[in-house]
Design a protein around this ligand. Structure first.
Ligand SMILES: [Zn+2]
Length: 98
């Protein structure tokens, strides 16, 4: 994961997970997760670094290893936050720090 996310903000009390492609296992993002449940979306500001360059807020995330579509960007209007909605079954995640 070579790209630091320019929109990254540290979230206190989060745990750190690694999200990887389910097809080829390429690591996609290091992410600060707050809730314990399944990963449904990744908020842009909570991504620490990524193997995708996020500086221009790409409209979708594709795996740099196998080009599978992994997530689609949305803007949450109420809070004006940007997030990537994850494609079900296209990724795996693992906890690296609690
Ligand atoms: Zn892949």
């Amino acid at each position: 994961m070579i790209h630091r996310n320019p929109y990254y903000r540290r979230i206190r009390g989060s745990h750190i997970i690694i999200v990887c492609c389910a097809y080829c296992k390429t690591d996609i993002a290091m992410y600060q997760k707050v809730s314990k449940g399944n990963l449904l979306r990744m908020y842009l500001r909570r991504i620490i670094k990524s193997s995708v360059n996020l500086s221009e807020k790409p409209g979708a995330l594709f795996c740099p290893g196998c080009n599978e579509h992994l997530a689609t960007r949305i803007t949450l209007k109420r809070r004006n936050k940007e997030a990537y909605v994850m494609v079900r079954g296209a990724f795996n995640s693992r906890l690296i720090r609690q």
